[in-house]
Design a protein around this ligand. Structure first.
Ligand code: MG
Length: 243
């Protein structure tokens, strides 16, 4: 007991001394490295990679390896899903990113549930942030707009109506795998929908499957993929920052 008491006394004196040493505010200042400058005088940060500016699909290709270039159509600064031509993906591959993307579901409402304005933004071709017309259109909660498909429902429904432009700002941390192909760190997603936080650093369980459980096969950097679900969803102003 006496020994314990002396150890505690010793530790408290040590702590006091350590604390006493930090009287100079400079001791806790960090000067290096200095964060690099990113200009924000336009709506796109100066270090962003522009994936679509309304003019062409040069940054994109068919997600089907044998199909070549992206077959989606461009009209009035937007790219439209060309139903039946398949998903498209970026030629460039990415790890951790901040992604800005604007989307619009068709003004003319022809269906309901999962058939209304369905598309999707897939991080690393595997992890889907659902795109759907979720304005007065009930479906399963973990499949509505802004869900991490079949894994996380959005915190709230911030969807705008059919035919209105909407934004997703997505922060993605990629999962990590060791050399044996075992996942050693989960991926994470944060999503802001039309300025509203709807996914707050959620832990990705694995691939976002339509049927069955998530899978966790090892992979490295991969593309951003946009889904052709047969609906005339359009996208514009897509840029990404590598983190
Ligand atoms: Mg989808």
């Amino acid at each position: 007991m006496k020994q314990l008491f002396s150890i505690l006394c010793f530790l408290s004196i040590l702590c006091f001394q350590l604390d006493a040493q930090t009287t100079d505010p400079k001791d806790t200042e960090v000067w290096e490295p200095e964060p690099r400058v990113v200009a924000t005088d336009t709506s796109i940060p100066s270090d962003a990679i522009i994936l679509f500016d309304g003019t062409n699909l040069e940054a994109w290709e068919s997600a089907n390896a044998n199909k070549g270039g992206a077959k989606w159509t461009i009209k009035e600064d937007a790219m439209f899903v060309a139903p039946g031509t398949g998903d498209i993906k970026t030629k460039q591959t990415f790890g951790d990113i901040q992604l800005h993307i604007e989307f619009r579901t068709p003004k003319r409402v022809e269906s309901e549930g999962q058939g209304r304005g369905n598309s999707g933004v897939f991080l690393q071709e595997r992890y889907e942030v659902q795109v759907l017309d979720s304005y007065q259109n009930r479906t399963y909660s973990n499949g509505q707009a802004g869900s991490i498909y079949k894994q996380y429902l959005p915190l709230v429904n911030a969807a705008r109506g059919p035919g209105e432009w909407q934004t997703y700002d997505i922060i993605f941390t990629a999962p990590r795998f060791n050399k044996d192909g075992i996942k050693i760190a989960s991926g994470y997603l944060t999503v802001i929908h039309n300025g509203v936080l709807i996914q707050n650093h959620v832990e990705i369980q694995g691939t976002t499957e339509y049927i069955g459980m998530p899978k966790n096969n090892a992979h490295g950097k991969a593309s951003i993929k946009l889904q052709d679900h047969g609906n005339l969803v359009s996208y514009r102003n897509i840029w990404v920052r590598e983190l």
